[in-house]
Design a protein around this ligand. Structure first.
Ligand SMILES: Nc1ncnc2c1ncn2[C@@H]1O[C@H](COP(=O)(O)OP(=O)(O)O)[C@@H](O)[C@H]1O
Ligand SMILES: [Mg+2]
Length: 331
């Protein structure tokens, strides 16, 4: 098969997310060659009008889509699949509809609520939302991912809606311009990786993030430091766990079912990673639906694949099969 790998236009070679994209490109290229496919690599042009010419529709059997943003903003992430759909090209991962509706955390919450799936109460910067005060909330970006602009000081305890609105506005710039507040779920955090196999979602081994050595009053948040700053306390004290005692079996089953419901609700394809928190009553809450999870060898998605007996080339092979099966079109 002839496969074209497309990735973010690399504007700033030193930025962490650009470096991460290149790691994924190399890993995918290696796996494609292991599987006996021909491949080439293309940085998606910043100028969308150029994309059609650069892509060379007709030459490629499939496009492996690793574009996470154009112009540095995840708000544009769905444009690449939208164009590939227009060109009638087969591509890996989620459709433009699925990416748009899951990448916007506010749109995702609307979709989840509409389908009766558990999403924490929220308040947007215009003052719309269903939160009740007083309470503890986390202020998050609408579009950014990988915890950009997010750390434990985004968790606030407020006594009124007006106070919360002020906290949202104060963090607006750091969170990429659009942000909102969500009820803070203080319990355990899980990542559920899903791959598509024979046209159906297969939920892989659940992973829990353990906050080892955290003081009692320190908020347990997988923020920017925990994800990216290797020297930080948060990076060194958040550990991934993939083995669980029998007493967790019921909870894990519930998380797995919730992840499967997310897959169906967002019409996901290829792969996904759903982040959940569990409240004091043992109820799971969906906090992040990642329709294009990071494929870096050290990322959570890979860890769950390995724990489920899937090698990286196995996963790449499943993504190619899923792309061949899709008929992405307007939802
Ligand atoms: N409602 C919430 N309650 C508790 N923690 C949360 C909540 N939302 C986000 N977090 C924490 O912040 C981290 C990053 O938030 P998330 O919504 O997953 O954004 P990103 O797209 O940046 O990964 C989560 O992994 C979790 O630790
Ligand atoms: Mg997340």
């Amino acid at each position: 098969m002839n496969v074209l790998i497309v990735h973010n236009p690399l504007t700033d070679l030193d930025s962490l997310d650009n470096a991460d994209v290149l790691v994924q490109v190399q890993a995918v290229e290696g796996a494609l060659r292991t599987l006996g496919h021909e491949c080439a690599i293309l940085a998606w042009p910043e100028d969308m009008r150029q994309a059609g010419e650069s892509l060379g529709a007709g030459i490629w059997d499939e496009v492996f889509n690793l574009v996470e943003s154009i112009g540095g903003s995840a708000k544009t992430v769905h444009l690449v699949p939208a164009m590939l759909e227009e060109f009638g090209m087969a591509f890996t991962g989620a459709s433009s509809w699925s990416l748009r509706h899951s990448t916007s955390k506010l749109l995702a919450k609307a979709v989840l609520a509409q389908h009766g799936l558990p999403t924490p109460a929220w308040l947007d910067i215009q003052g719309r939302g269903n939160i009740q005060t007083p309470g503890r909330f986390i202020v998050k970006s609408v579009w950014e991912h990988a915890s950009f602009g997010l750390d434990e000081d985004n968790v606030v305890h407020v006594s009124s809606r007006a106070r919360l609105l002020a906290e949202i506005k104060a963090r607006r710039e750091r969170l990429g311009g659009e942000c909102f507040a969500e009820e803070y779920v203080s319990g355990r955090e899980f990542n559920l990786a899903v791959v598509e196999q024979e046209g159906a979602p297969r939920v892989l081994a659940p992973a829990e993030i353990l906050f080892a050595g955290y003081a009692k009053n320190k908020h347990r948040v997988v923020g920017f430091r925990a994800k990216w700053q290797e020297q930080s306390f948060e990076y060194q004290n958040t550990k991934r766990r993939l083995d669980f005692p029998e007493s967790d079996a019921l909870l894990l089953r519930r998380l797995s079912l919730t992840a499967e419901q997310c897959w169906k609700t967002f019409a996901l394809s290829g792969y996904a990673r759903i982040d959940l928190r569990v409240d004091a009553k043992g109820r799971p809450w969906i906090i992040d639906v990642n329709a294009n999870p990071c494929l870096s060898p050290d990322a959570g998605f890979q860890a769950s694949c390995v724990a489920s007996g899937l090698t990286f080339p196995d996963v790449v092979g499943l993504l190619l099969q899923s792309a061949a099966r899709q008929q992405h079109g307007p939802a």
